[in-house]
Design a protein around this ligand. Sequence first.
Ligand SMILES: Nc1ncnc2c1ncn2[C@@H]1O[C@H](COP(=O)(O)OP(=O)(O)OP(=O)(O)O)[C@@H](O)[C@H]1O
Ligand SMILES: [Mg+2]
Length: 328
Amino acid sequence: MKTIAIVNQKGGCGKTLTAINLSAFLARSSRRVLLIDMDPQGHATLGVVKDPVQLEKTVYEVLAGEGGLTALREVVIKVRDNFDIAPSDVLLSALPEKLRDMPEKENRLSAALEEIRQDYDYVIVDCPPNVGLLTFNALIACSEAIIPVEPSFFSLHGIVRQLETLDLLARKSGHQITARALITLYSTRSDFSKTMAEEIRQNLGESCFKTVIRFSVKLPESVGHGLPIDEFSTRSAGFADYRALAAEVLEQESSHESACAAEPLAEEASFHGEANLIEAESDFQVHPTVCCSRSTRQARAASNWLATSTAGWQKATKCKPATGSGRK
Ligand SMILES: Nc1ncnc2c1ncn2[C@@H]1O[C@H](COP(=O)(O)OP(=O)(O)OP(=O)(O)O)[C@@H](O)[C@H]1O
Ligand SMILES: [Mg+2]
């Protein structure tokens, strides 16, 4: 079973749309997929469940363990053939307080996945737009991460912060995640978008998907109908791009590296440190003397890149002053 977190602490970069539509296209390719909604906003749930008001049990019950343990299987809803969701709603926001003094609170999702290991080929986890208990649960439960990133200046900061978070996780728990950026909300008509995307690709190299998700009006429309894009508009850019993304993910199935990485990492996926991972995150900095894991190197390289590209951006923006004609 492959476990992939769709994560970026920056909000609104396409995490949920990616989680829903990657799940849908993997299911179309006959993979058994479970989408787990780890965001109290419940957007992934709203995007695929026809009547979310009727939810009886959610991911909250599984992770909080209220009234005895609730198994993940008990909350799963069938979306369609090969595609299930473990839904969430706003109650999930109470989880950090509920588990405040509990030991092993970062490992709860990982433990819950154990019982469904044989049931699915892929588990896709939609993360909330912040770093906290819910995101750490998702990261510890997953061996891979997709970081959606829109081609904007703030997104550069977002990638660097996200890589730092993964580095923190690796150093505190020994849990290494294979992370790849995915360019989303790409505008084919904007030079800025093109330059930004090139910049991200050049600097992240293989750690960036070849597929780019273009801006497509059909994508927001599809979630409004509670449908993944493949059931809503087969002629849209959103359909073509998410299909290509799923193909790229499937290509990796045959790759030796990901086959070896997935299972052992899932076993290591527990946090036993004395320090609280969430508290540690708040004062975390990439320190030059720490042991140099892959994620540390990625985070440092990204940090250097950010410093140089910030200077580059400022220069480039000065070269292209606004004409002023747009302002009235
Ligand atoms: N490729 C796209 N084309 C057009 N609209 C998009 C695209 N991707 C995302 N959107 C829209 O952008 C908004 C943010 O997308 P989404 O909810 O997937 O982001 P998110 O990262 O999950 O947000 P949050 O951080 O709040 O969870 C939504 O309104 C969504 O419909
Ligand atoms: Mg979201």
